[in-house]
Design a protein around this ligand. Structure first.
Ligand SMILES: [Zn+2]
Length: 466
C-alpha cells in the first residue's frame, strides 16, 4: 500500500526530447565488441542504478498480487488487474496505453476434494487440473492403479477399466514431466479409467499439489483429472506396493463456462527516430487460480514494465519503440498471444526483438536467446554490460509462449529471462506461489537487466540482424 507515488514523468514528450542522450555515433565498421558498446555504457549504468536503488518493483509486485490475488482467465480478479495496469501505466508516463480486447476461456474450479476411503480415511492435498470436467454431483469412488509411466500403463491396460489411474512419474525437468499432466487423462480415458491423478509436476515441495492444463483431445470421453502432492502420491504407491487396496473418493465441481472478455495491456515508449520498429517485452497477467500467481507471472509483467517505467522516469527515449505487453490467457488458451499476432500481423516484420519473462526471477538467473549467429554475437556483447548484475552469460533457447507467434511471424530474435528452475518449479501453479518467495533484489536486478537490453536493442543504429 505504501507505494511511492511519483508524479508521473510527463516530461517525456515535451521537455526530455531535448535532453535525451545523444545517439551513439558509430565510426567503425564492423565495430569491435569492446568499443561499439561505449556509447551505451552511461545510460546502461543509469538504468541499472535506478532499478536497483530501492525495492519499488517488488512493492509494485506485492501491490498487484495483494490487491487482485490470483488472476485466472475470465475472472473478476483478472479484469480488475487489467484496469489497474492500464491506469498505473498511464501514471508512469507510458504512451499509447491501451487494452487490446480478447475473448478468453472461462474455467471454474468450484469445490473439490480427494480422500482415501480405504484404508481408513486420509484427505489428499489435491487440486483439479485446469480444463478438467467435474465428477457427478455426488462424487465418484474407485480403486487406484498407480503407474510410473505411459509404458507401464499400457502394460497394465487390463487393470485400468473403472479405476482411477495415478501417474506417479518422478519430476525430472518440466518439459519432460509435464506430459503426464497434459496427456494422462486422454490416455487413461481411452483405456476405460474413470479419473486420473497426477503427481504434482515439480520437485517435492511442502505437500503442494500443482495445477495446470489438462487436454483431452478430440473424440475422447473427458474424465475428471487432478493433481496430488508428491507425498500423497508416494503414500499411495507404498500402500499398493505392500498389497493394500487403495480406494479414493473424488468430488469436483469443475466446469467450463462461456468465454469472457479480457484484454492484452499495452504501453509504450515511442521511438524518437523509428517509432514503427518495435522492441516488444512482456509477461502474462493471467495466472492459475491458486496462490497469488506472483512468480507465474506477475513478476514477469512487473520486471518488463519496469524497463519502460525507468526510461520514462529517466527521460530516455530510444531510437525505436519499446512496447510492453501484459498478455492475457497464457495459462489456458494462449488467446492473448494469438490475438496480438493477428492484430499486429501487418507489422510483424517491424518487431525487431522480443523478450518474455515467464520463468520467474529466482537467482541464479540466466538469459536464453534464439536468433541468427549475427544476432547472437551482438547479444553476447550486450549481456557483457550486465556483469554488475551477475548476469553476463547467454544460453541457448530464448522465447516464450506469448512472444512466440509474433516473433515467428516477424522472424525476430527472441530472449527469455530465466529464473532458477528448481526454485521456480517448486512453487509453480501451487498455493505457495506468493510474493514472499521472491526477494526484492531479484526483482530489481531482473528489471535492471531487461531495461538495459531493451534500451540497447532499441537504440542501436542498425536493427538486430534476423
Ligand atoms: Zn507463466
Amino acid at each position: 500500500m505504501s507505494l511511492v507515488r511519483r508524479t508521473a514523468p510527463l516530461c517525456l514528450v515535451v521537455v526530455c526530447a531535448g535532453i535525451l542522450l545523444a545517439p551513439p555515433v558509430h565510426t567503425q565498421s564492423p565495430p569491435r565488441p569492446s568499443s561499439w558498446l561505449d556509447p551505451y555504457r552511461e545510460t546502461a549504468a543509469r538504468l541499472m542504478q535506478a532499478a536497483t536503488a530501492d525495492d519499488f518493483a517488488w512493492r509494485r509486485l506485492a501491490e498487484l498480487t495483494d490487491t487482485y490475488g490470483h488472476r485466472l482467465s475470465g475472472s473478476d480478479n483478472l479484469q480488475r488487474a487489467v484496469g489497474w495496469s492500464l491506469e498505473t501505466m498511464r501514471r508512469d508516463g507510458l504512451e499509447n496505453v491501451r487494452a487490446e480486447p480478447v475473448m478468453v476461456p472461462r474455467w471454474v474450479r468450484g469445490r473439490e476434494s480427494a480422500d482415501i476411503v480405504h484404508p481408513p480415511q486420509h484427505t489428499l492435498a489435491f487440486l483439479s487440473l485446469g480444463g478438467s470436467v467435474g465428477t457427478p454431483a455426488g462424487g465418484l469412488e474407485a480403486d487406484v492403479v498407480p503407474v510410473a509411466s505411459f509404458d507401464e500403463l499400457r502394460a497394465r491396460a487390463s487393470e485400468v477399466k473403472g479405476r482411477i489411474v495415478l501417474f506417479n512419474a518422478p519430476f525430472t525437468t518440466y518439459s519432460d514431466t509435464v506430459t503426464y499432466r497434459t496427456n494422462s487423462a486422454r490416455v487413461a480415458s481411452q483405456m476405460g479409467a474413470v479419473a486420473t491423478l497426477v503427481r504434482g509436476v515439480g520437485p517435492t515441495g511442502l505437500r503442494t499439489p500443482h495445477t495446470g492444463s489438462v487436454q483431452y483431445g478430440m473424440g475422447v470421453t473427458p474424465i475428471p483429472a487432478g493433481s496430488v502432492a508428491a507425498e500423497d502420491a508416494d503414500r499411495i504407491v507404498r500402500l499398493t506396493a505392500a498389497g493394500t487396496r487403495v480406494r479414493i473418493r473424488l468430488t469436483m465441481e469443475a466446469r467450463t463456462e462461456s468465454d469472457a472478455m479480457s484484454a492484452n495491456v499495452v504501453g509504450e515508449i515511442r521511438g524518437r527516430e523509428r517509432p514503427n520498429e518495435v522492441v516488444v517485452l512482456g509477461g502474462h497477467l493471467d495466472s492459475w487460480d491458486v496462490g497469488a500467481g506472483a512468480s507465474d507471472d506477475a513478476v514477469g509483467c512487473i520486471v518488463t514494465w519496469e524497463a519502460a517505467r525507468l526510461m520514462a522516469r529517466l527521460g530516455i527515449r530510444p531510437r525505436r519503440t519499446v512496447r510492453i505487453v501484459l498478455w492475457t490467457n497464457e495459462e489456458n488458451g494462449l488467446r492473448g498471444a494469438t490475438a496480438y499476432a493477428t492484430t499486429h500481423a501487418a507489422h510483424a516484420a517491424d518487431h525487431v526483438f522480443a523478450l518474455e519473462s515467464d520463468s520467474g526471477v529466482f537467482e541464479p538467473a540466466s538469459l536464453g536467446f534464439s536468433g541468427s549467429a549475427g544476432a547472437r554475437s551482438l547479444m553476447r556483447d550486450v549481456t557483457a554490460l550486465l556483469s554488475p548484475l551477475g548476469l553476463s552469460e547467454l544460453v541457448a533457447g530464448g522465447g516464450g509462449a506469448d512472444i512466440g507467434p509474433i516473433a515467428q511471424a516477424g522472424n525476430a530474435p527472441m530472449m527469455a529471462y530465466l529464473g532458477n528452475p528448481s526454485r521456480y518449479f517448486a512453487i509453480h501453479h501451487t498455493p505457495a506461489d506468493t510474493v514472499e518467495r521472491i526477494a526484492p533484489q531479484e526483482v530489481s536486478r531482473a528489471a535492471a537487466a531487461i531495461a538495459v537490453i531493451a534500451y540497447v536493442v532499441a537504440e542501436m543504429p542498425e536493427r538486430m540482424p534476423r
